[in-house]
Design a binder for this molecule. Structure first.
Ligand code: ADE
Ligand code: ZN
Length: 343
């Protein structure tokens, strides 16, 4: 990016990441390595060929490739390696707290046990906290293209690992699978002590955001771009400060928006929405946290103070304690104070 002092600030400042699918961090190199050791043939012959295939016109085209990629993950070691690779990358970008999604059904549907998946991921997260100092929360996402009954089975399987899992989410093909389809399983999940969030208003309409809020009773909306279509909803989100976890490069790659210069981030900020920046599926969308910040800052000509607000929002929107949130926001301000003033 052109503004080198802003670039340095983005790199130096501690960040959180709260909208990240661990299966979406599967880099082609690691995919080839794991496929080889599991004796699985993949349909691409080189990393370049894989990257060539990553051109999407919509969410579904991406999901088809993303689920195919996840097919090579079989053993606990595979899930561990996947998670560890993400954490080392996050650490190199000064990401200090993560709240990551995993999709149990993507794996249990093809015969990999829930325990294999969660053990691999959790062990890497624990090591990441000890060795890299990255704190974490773990969120299991229900796949919305499957039935509510299937989600209930996943909830049941998760209970043995309740101490490791902090919340539930809802992802996959949005249009045609509105939040209310999962009302009962979200209610049951909440009763078991899980926190709640859901993808809504990525490709789906603003009504899906209302439904996630009112029927699922989530306390965080993943994406939520389409809220701007509804003035009452914007007012409600501003008043409640329910966070939106935005993912600029994802939205660009999935053609949710056509041009980052038209990304309505400044409108959202001026409406006092608690918006955060995240990478979603960085191995597929061309960038981790810093690249998302570089791209959106450049496209919208953001000032350091605006970037700092977004980063503090990222901590405020976490499931950390209020004390911890405040501590991290102060850390962000400390780094900001050390920056040369932009004229
Ligand atoms: N699963 C992984 N990434 C997703 C996205 N951006 N939207 C819905 N489901 C997903
Ligand atoms: Zn997502």
């Amino acid at each position: 990016m052109k503004n080198s002092s802003l670039k340095k600030f983005i790199e130096a400042v501690p960040k959180s990441e709260i909208h990240l699918h661990i299966e979406g961090t599967f880099e082609p190199n690691l995919m080839f390595e794991i496929a080889k050791r599991n004796n699985i043939k993949i349909k691409y012959s080189s990393v370049d060929e894989v990257k060539e295939a990553y051109r999407f016109n919509n969410l579904q085209e991406f999901l088809d490739i993303y689920y195919a990629g996840a097919n090579v993950l079989i053993t606990e070691q595979d899930f561990y390696d996947l998670t560890w690779a993400y954490l080392t990358k996050a650490s190199s970008q000064n990401v200090r707290h993560v709240e990551i999604f995993f999709d149990p059904q993507t794996h249990t549907e093809r015969g990999v046990s829930f325990s294999t998946v969660v053990n691999g991921i959790y062990k890497a997260l624990e090591k990441g906290e000890k060795q890299l100092g990255i704190t974490f929360r773990l969120i299991m996402s229900y796949l919305r293209h499957l039935s509510e009954e299937a989600a209930f089975e996943t909830l049941e399987q998760s209970l043995e690992y309740k101490n490791w899992i902090d919340g539930v989410g809802l992802d996959s093909s949005e249009v045609g699978n509105p939040p209310e389809k999962f009302e009962q399983v979200f209610k049951a999940s909440s009763e078991k002590g899980y926190k709640l969030c859901a993808h809504a208003g990525e490709e789906g309409p603003s009504e899906y955001i209302w439904s996630a809020l009112k029927n699922l009773k989530v306390d965080r909306i993943d994406h939520g771009n389409r809220c701007l279509d509804d003035k009452e909803l914007v007012k409600y989100l501003a008043k409640t400060q329910i966070p939106l976890t935005l993912c600029p490069l994802s939205n660009l790659e999935l053609k949710v928006i056509q041009d980052l210069k038209k990304y309505p981030l400044k409108n959202m900020m001026s409406e006092n929405l608690l918006v955060t920046i995240n990478s979603d599926d960085p191995a597929y969308f061309g960038g981790y946290m810093n690249e998302n910040f570089f791209a959106i800052s450049e496209a919208l000509d953001l000032a350091e103070i605006e970037v700092a607000t977004l980063i503090k929002n990222g901590f405020k929107a976490t499931w950390l304690s209020e004390d911890k949130k405040e501590w991290w926001c102060n850390q962000v301000d400390e780094v900001l104070k050390k920056q040369p003033v932009n004229t």
